[in-house]
Design a protein around this ligand. Structure first.
Ligand code: APR
Length: 248
């Protein structure tokens, strides 16, 4: 895995690509003040995922789970996209980035202006009924915890993917299509340990595509990266965009 000395190589690889996609993880939102999961101050260092992000945990104590999601929802609503999110939206507007596959549930890609976003792990700003499928957009944490479905009275739950749950069919289908079309992938701020998201860069590589990773440290993707840029996404991506803009 060649550590990139200059960003020129990465820019060349991006400009040579016909179908560039991106896979993002919690690291891209770290500079927006959203904690990652497995980083130094990561959520899973403080809490056990099975206690807060599993269907069993919700069945056992829906109020506790909603208290935790309400805390995350407030943090996310008060956060802003950072230059990394904005750079990916620009790359899409330039027609270079074809699709953005994210593991994040924080909506910061949308708020940065990205359009073709595939949310593999759902959306924390949507609540859905556990029974009738009713969905509701949240612009603030629910007042009543746990919130009830206005349509059938059952419990609402965060519309995110919990451990042990399948990914949303439509999102997974779209991710597979873009992954097999891709001849290059920008992997940004993910540990790459959660599947099936973690398999996406490997599939692009197996199909002969180029893997470009941006991360402050090595991840499970680094061994197959053609280019590894060690750095903060919010600092590295704007530099790449500026170099690209100069070449176009
Ligand atoms: N810039 C780039 N990378 C960063 C930055 C930054 N500013 N800050 C942290 N990182 C990197 C870390 O080095 C780490 O590799 O981001 C990665 C974050 O990894 P995780 O915390 O494991 O987050 P993620 O890969 O998104 O987790 C995947 O796990 O808990 C579940 O559903 C949850 O979607 C999540 C999934």
């Amino acid at each position: 895995m060649p550590i990139v000395e200059t960003l020129e190589d990465v820019v060349e690889a991006i400009l040579k690509s016909r179908y560039l996609i991106s896979l993002t993880g919690a690291g891209i939102s770290a500079e927006s003040g959203i904690p990652t999961f497995r980083g130094r101050d990561g959520l899973w260092r403080k809490y056990r995922p099975e206690d807060l992000a599993s269907p069993e945990a919700f069945r056992n104590n829906p109020k506790l789970i909603w208290e935790w999601y309400s805390w995350r929802i407030s943090m996310i609503i008060n956060a802003s996209p950072n230059p990394a999110h904005v750079s990916l939206a620009r790359l899409e507007d330039m027609g270079i980035l074809k699709a953005l596959i994210t593991q994040n549930v924080d909506n910061l890609h949308e708020r940065a202006g990205s359009k073709n976003i595939i949310k593999l792990h759902g959306d924390i700003l949507t609540a859905r009924c556990i029974s009738c499928g009713y969905k509701k957009r949240l612009d603030a944490p629910p007042e009543e915890l746990p919130p009830k479905c206005p349509s059938c009275g059952e419990l609402l739950r965060p519309d995110v993917v919990w451990f042990g749950e399948p990914l949303p069919t439509e999102a997974l289908g779209a991710a597979i299509i873009h992954t097999h079309r891709a001849d290059a992938i920008l992997v940004i701020g993910t540990s790459g340990v959660v599947y099936p998201a973690g398999a996406i860069p490997y599939t692009v590589r197996e199909n002969g595509g180029v893997v470009i990773e941006i991360n402050i440290g090595e991840s499970a993707i680094t061994p197959i990266a053609d280019y590894f840029v060690r750095g903060k996404a919010g600092e590295v991506l704007p530099k790449i965009l500026d170099l690209i803009a100069k070449k176009l």
